[in-house]
Ligand binder design. Structure first.
Ligand code: MRU
Length: 354
């Protein structure tokens, strides 16, 4: 069973229902967001997380934003509310580009509608915004499936696959990116072993990826992050596959902290290192990874483990949530359009424009 991470319930007056990922795997609880403030909080505190899922949720956040408009408001006011809601939601998490990509796309569609139908009713604009959010949702579902199909060839019979963080259904509207590859290979009867990095500090691997694989009936072995190198040396890992939060024009890729170290380890051990991501994760407006903003999160995430304090009071902490892997360390980027081997600025621009 693949989890349905997010779901819009109703029409323009509806609400966004999310699986509350802060409470997995102990509790499976749905969270209902009825305004942009609640959604902002859900994104910030990782109730919904993973770059594509954040992007799709934010698109629906603009439908929520417009619910505060009244019958007395006009189209111009509608666009103002969209701009304000968009700015607010965009500030929730800076690294994943899918967030601003989805917000900009919905706003552009709304602006084009107003330019072409200046006499339309506000209600029509609200329907256009919901339709665009639904389109982004459906495209994400389709892209996830195609990524899985395109990436299947990287999972050889008997392989040992290492994944980091959670790039599964919980991180998207569909069946995930890195895990989609695994789900598709499993469907075709592939026999392999999945190693799951626990992914400190917030344990997305242990809490979410391990849970998803169990739900899908796929055997997985959970490891602490610092065990990956040793397992590679012992010959247990034959491929690494992770997701991505933002890919620069030259292929440098931001993903969960720890991904860069894994890429170095993979290189040292001559193991293919693959990224699985939809085209909405590429940011061609930046040339290289140095320009990707890296989110710094609260020190308590490091000084505590499952809510228990594990470090002395007032210790200095560094807590970047993401790092950037150089394109040179990436064997292939698996997208919905195909596989980009040895990614660089030329191959990426050719693929995305195809
Ligand atoms: O902080 P998170 O849990 O949102 O980080 C998620 C990741 O780093 C994922 O690997 C990435 O968003 C890709 S998900 C398809």
């Amino acid at each position: 069973m693949i989890a349905q991470t997010l779901k819009w319930v109703g029409g323009v007056e509806g609400l966004l229902e999310l699986i509350d990922q802060r409470r997995l795997p102990g509790e499976f609880v749905k969270l209902q967001c009825r305004n942009t403030e609640q959604l902002y909080e859900a994104i910030k505190t990782l109730a919904v997380r993973g770059a594509p899922a954040i992007g799709v949720s934010a698109a629906y956040g603009l439908v929520l934003g417009m619910q505060k408009l009244t019958g007395a408001d006009n189209l111009e006011r509608g666009l103002e509310v969209l701009a304000d809601s968009s700015e607010h939601l965009a500030s929730s998490r800076p690294t994943g580009v899918n967030l601003s990509w989805a917000l900009d796309r919905v706003r552009r569609t709304a602006e084009q509608f107003v330019a072409s139908e200046p006499e339309a009713k506000l209600q029509a604009l609200r329907k256009v915004v919901l339709a665009e959010a639904n389109a982004i949702y459906q495209e994400d579902v389709d892209m996830c499936r195609r990524i899985g199909e395109n990436g299947r060839k990287f999972i050889k019979q008997g392989a040992g696959i290492l994944t980091h963080c959670n790039a599964g259904a919980l991180a998207t509207a569909g069946q995930g990116t890195a895990l989609s590859v695994i789900f598709e290979a499993h469907k075709k009867g592939g026999k392999f072993t999945i190693y799951v990095d626990e992914t400190r500090p917030l344990l997305q691997g242990a809490r979410l990826t391990a849970w998803e694989l169990k739900q899908a009936g796929i055997d997985a072995i959970l490891i602490c992050d610092n065990m990956a190198g040793w397992l590679m040396k012992q010959g247990h890992i034959s491929t690494v596959i992770t997701g991505a939060d933002r890919i620069a024009a030259n292929g440098d890729t931001a993903n969960k902290i720890g991904t860069y170290s894994l890429s170095i380890l993979a290189k040292e051990h001559n193991i293919p290192f693959c990224i699985a991501a939809p085209s909405s994760t590429f940011d061609l407006s930046i040339e290289s990874g140095g320009q990707i903003p890296i989110e710094e999160r609260a020190p308590e995430e490091v000084t505590t483990f499952a809510k228990t304090q594990i470090a002395p009071d007032a210790i200095n902490v560094c807590n970047p949530a993401f790092d950037v892997t150089d394109a040179a360390n990436i064997t292939a980027i698996i997208t919905e359009k195909g596989v980009i081997e040895n990614p660089n600025a030329d191959s990426i621009s050719k693929y995305l424009r195809s």
